[in-house]
Ligand binder design. Structure first.
Ligand code: IVH
Length: 681
C-alpha cells in the first residue's frame, strides 16, 4: 500500500494526531507564559479545556500518547529507590567568597592566570546563587530524557519522574531545530510561598515541618512517589551547560540566550558586567533585594563570561577557577528566650512559640520564633531563659537554630508538654505517628476563632471584609459561635461594633450574602476538615458533585479516588460522623448556603449525571470508569438514591442493584455504559 504524501485530513486517526500535536504545542506555550514569563495569555479555565481535550484524544487513541505530552507530567508509580545515574561531565562545586575583599581577590587570581594587567576589566556574568539543589537535565533531540541530582558530583540519582512534574520546565524544547544532545545544569527550588504552604499543611497534620525552603525542595525532589512531588510546586533556574552535541556557545551570555529561546527557565536577574567593581555592586544590590525576592538566595555567583577564557583558567579538582560563589552573611542573631507560650491553632494543634528578647536580624526585628512542637523542644533542649541563635530561613516566623549551652546559668526552665489545653482546659492528646499535641475540646475558643477566620478567608468562602478583627468582635459580643451563625447576622448586630458605619455594615452583609454561592470545592475546603486542603477539596467536589453525596461517601469509595489516601478518607468520614458538624452544615444550608457544583467539563455529555458502579467491570478499572464519567462532566457516587441517574452493574453486582431496581433507577450493563460514553454526538 502506498502511503499518502500529505496527511489525510479526513482520516480520523490522522486528524486526532494533528490536533493532539497542536494541543501539546499550545499547552507548552501557555505553560511557559504562565510559569516562566509570568504573563498568562489565557484563563485557567481555557487552559483546562485544552488540557482535557488532549486527555480525551489520548484516551481514545492511546497510541498517540508521547512521553513528552503535558498530560504525562505526573505518571508512574512510587519507586523503591532512585537508580544511580553517572554524569558525563562531573558536576563541580564552587569556591566561596564571604566578603567584598575576597571577591576582589578572585578577580586578581583570574587576571594573574590570564596574564592580564591589574587594571584590566574582565567581562563577568553575575547571577543570584539559588538556595536549592543542583540538578542535571538531559535533553535528547529536544525531549527531556533524564534528570539527576548532583550526588557526589560524579554520579547522581535518577529523579526524572519528579523533575517532569516541574511545570516551568519544558518536556520538549521549543523552536524548530533541536540539538542532538543538550545537558543543562540548574538549581531546583521552592518559592517561599510554596514552602510556607507545605509547612502549614504539615503542622496541621501533626507532621514535623521542614526547617527551610532548601530542605523542603530536597525532600520533595527526593520523594519516591512522583504524585507527591507533583503536589509540591517546585521550580528551577538553569545556569550551566554540561555536554552538548549540535550546540556551541562562546560565552555564558550566549548560553543563556540559547537556552532561554528553547524555553528553559533562566533567572531574569542574571546580569552581564564589566570589571570586578560592577560585580561587587551586584553582590551588594542582591543582598538588599534578597528580602523582597519570592525565593531564597544565599549569595551571588560570578562567572567569567567568555568560554575561551574559562577554558584557559581551567579547573581545580572540585571547583572551576573561572567562577566564585559570593555568600551572604547568614541571617542569624543571638538573643534570649523570655518565655515559651503554647498557641492553639484551628485544628487544635498546640504549637509552642518562643517569645524572644527583640533582636534585629538582617534588618527585621524578631520577637517570636516557632518551636514547632515538643519533640523539637526536646531535641534542641530549649528552655525558658536560654540564650539562642535564631535564623530567618524563608519562614514568616523565624526559627531557633540552637541553644548556646555555654551561656547557661542553671536558672533556665524547661517547659513540659501541656496536659490540658491552655485555652479551654480540655484534655490534650498526642495522636500516634504525630509529633503534635492536640486539644480535643470541641468548643475551644481559639479553635473556633481560627476555624471561622479560615471559613471566611480568601481561598475558602471569600467573605470580603470579614477578617480577623471583625471576627474577634463577633466572638466577643457572643454574636457567632460557629460558622453557620455568620449567615444569621443582621445590620443591627454589626452596628454594635465600635466605629461601624451604615455603609460598612451594608458591605459586610452583602459580602456574606454573596458567599452563599461559592463553588463546592471552596465550601468543602472552608469546612476545615482535617487533611482536606484546597486541592483535595476540589477533587472531592468534582467527584461527588454535591455535599449530600460527599456526606454519604464510604472510606472505600473515598480511597478509590485519585490522590485520596486512607488518612484523608478517614478524616472526612470522622468529620461527617460527628453530629455537631452535620448540624452546622445543615444550619448553613438552611441559611441559604448553596454551593455550586464544579463541573469537570462544561457541556460534557454526562454533565450533572450521577453514576453508581456495582460488581466487577471487565473493560475498565474502577478508576478508569470514574475518570471517563468525570471527564464528561458526570460524577460517581457510592450509594444509590433517588437522585442517582445510572447504576452500572458489572459481574456479580451487589445489593446496590437491588436498591436501584427498588427505586426505579436506570440500570446499565457494562456494554451499555461503554456505548453511552463512546457516543460521539
Ligand atoms: S554554577 C561549575 N550558578 O551553588 C559551576 N551554581 O556552591 C557550577 N548554585 O553546586 C555551578 N545558584 O548547586 C552556579 N547561579 C548559579 C547557582 C549555583 C546556585 C549552587 C549549585 C552549586 C553550588 C555551589
Amino acid at each position: 500500500m502506498q502511503m499518502p504524501l500529505l496527511p489525510d485530513i479526513h482520516d480520523p486517526q490522522e486528524s486526532a494526531r494533528a490536533r493532539a500535536e497542536e494541543l501539546r504545542r499550545l499547552l507548552e506555550h501557555h505553560n511557559r507564559m504562565y510559569y516562566v514569563l509570568d504573563a498568562p495569555e489565557v484563563t485557567d479555565a481555557d487552559y483546562d479545556a485544552l488540557f482535557r481535550e488532549l486527555q480525551a484524544i489520548e484516551e481514545q487513541h492511546p497510541g498517540l500518547v508521547t512521553p513528552e505530552s503535558p498530560t504525562q507530567r505526573v505518571g508512574g508509580s512510587a519507586l523503591d529507590k532512585f537508580a544511580p545515574l553517572p554524569h558525563r561531565l562531573p558536576m563541580l562545586s564552587l569556591e566561596n567568597a564571604t566578603n567584598e575583599e575576597e571577591i576582589r581577590e578572585f578577580d586578581q587570581r583570574v587576571k594573574k592566570i590570564l596574564a592580564l594587567p591589574a587594571e584590566a576589566e574582565v567581562g563577568y556574568v553575575c547571577e543570584p546563587k539559588m538556595d536549592g539543589l543542583a540538578v542535571e537535565l538531559v535533553y535528547e533531540n529536544g525531549v527531556l530524557a533524564v534528570a539527576s541530582t548532583r550526588g557526589d558530583g560524579l554520579t547522581g540519582e535518577d529523579v526524572t519522574a519528579n523533575i517532569r512534574t516541574i511545570r516551568s520546565l519544558p518536556l520538549r524544547l521549543s523552536g524548530k531545530a533541536a540539538p542532538h544532545l543538550l545537558e543543562v545544569r540548574g538549581e531546583v527550588y521552592l518559592s517561599l510561598e510554596a514552602f510556607q504552604h507545605i509547612n502549614r499543611e504539615k503542622e496541621e497534620n501533626g507532621e514535623p515541618p521542614f526547617a527551610n525552603p532548601r530542605n523542603a525542595a530536597a525532600g520533595s525532589l527526593r520523594q519516591l512517589d512522583p504524585r507527591i512531588t507533583a503536589r509540591r510546586p517546585l521550580s528551577v533556574f538553569c545556569y550551566a551547560p554540561g555536554v552538548g552535541e549540535g550546540t556551541s556557545f562562546d560565552s555564558q551570555q550566549e548560553f543563556f540566550a540559547f537556552i532561554g529561546a528553547k524555553g528553559l527557565p533562566v533567572n531574569p536577574l542574571v546580569r552581564q558586567v564589566t570589571g570586578i567593581e560592577a560585580a561587587v555592586a551586584y553582590y551588594r544590590e542582591m543582598q538588599e533585594r534578597r528580602e523582597s525576592l519570592p525565593y531564597e538566595i544565599d549569595g551571588t555567583v560570578i562567572k567569567v563570561d567568555s568560554y575561551a577564557l574559562q577554558r584557559e583558567l581551567g579547573e581545580k579538582s572540585r571547583s572551576p577557577r573561572w567562577a566564585i560563589a559570593c555568600k551572604f552573611p547568614p541571617r542569624q542573631a543571638e538573643t534570649v528566650v523570655e518565655d515559651i507560650v503554647p498557641s492553639v491553632g484551628r485544628t487544635g494543634v498546640i504549637t509552642p512559640v518562643a517569645h524572644l528578647r527583640p533582636v534585629v536580624v538582617s534588618g527585621v526585628t524578631v520577637a517570636r520564633a516557632t518551636l514547632h512542637n515538643w519533640d523539637e523542644i526536646a531535641a534542641k533542649d530549649i528552655r525558658i531563659g536560654d540564650a539562642v541563635l535564631v535564623e530567618r530561613a524563608g519562614d514568616v516566623i523565624p526559627a531557633v537554630v540552637r541553644v548556646l549551652t555555654e551561656k547557661r546559668t542553671g536558672r533556665e526552665l524547661p517547659l513540659p508538654p501541656p496536659q490540658t489545653c491552655p485555652e479551654c482546659g480540655s484534655e490534650v492528646v498526642r495522636i500516634a505517628d504525630e509529633v503534635a499535641v492536640r486539644c480535643m475540646g470541641l468548643s475551644c475558643p481559639p479553635q473556633i476563632r481560627e476555624s471561622i477566620i479560615h471559613f471566611a478567608s480568601r481561598n475558602a468562602m471569600d467573605i470580603e471584609g470579614l477578617g480577623e478583627k471583625f471576627i474577634e468582635q463577633l466572638l466577643s459580643l457572643g454574636l457567632v459561635h460557629n460558622v453557620a451563625d455568620i449567615y444569621r447576622l443582621t445590620r443591627d448586630d454589626f452596628m454594635r461594633f465600635e466605629r461601624m458605619g451604615d455603609k460598612l455594615a451594608g458591605n459586610l452583609l452583602a459580602a456574606i450574602d454573596n458567599s452563599k454561592q461559592r463553588e463546592l470545592g471552596r465550601f468543602i475546603f472552608a469546612l476545615g476538615i482535617r487533611h482536606v486542603g484546597e486541592r483535595t477539596a476540589k477533587t472531592l467536589a468534582q467527584s461527588y458533585g454535591s455535599l449530600e453525596n460527599l456526606e454519604q461517601a464510604t472510606i472505600e469509595e473515598l480511597t478509590g479516588i485519585r490522590d485520596i489516601g486512607a488518612t484523608v478518607a478517614q478524616s472526612i468520614r470522622t468529620f461527617f460522623d460527628n453530629r455537631d458538624n452535620v448540624a452546622v452544615v445543615r444550619r448553613l444550608q438552611e441559611a441559604g448556603v448553596a454551593p455550586t457544583a464544579e463541573e469537570k467539563r462544561v457541556g460534557g455529555r454526562l454533565s450533572g449525571k450521577s453514576f453508581v458502579f456495582t460488581g466487577g467491570l471487565a473493560r475498565f478499572t474502577r478508576d478508569q470508569a470514574r475518570r471517563i464519567v468525570e471527564d464528561e462532566g458526570g460524577h460517581v457516587v457510592g450509594s444509590v438514591s433517588r437522585k442517582t441517574d445510572y447504576v452500572v452493574a458489572g459481574e456479580e453486582p451487589g445489593s446496590k442493584l437491588d436498591k436501584a431496581r427498588e427505586l426505579g433507577v436506570a440500570v446499565l450493563s457494562e456494554a451499555q455504559f461503554s456505548e453511552l460514553v463512546q457516543k460521539t454526538d
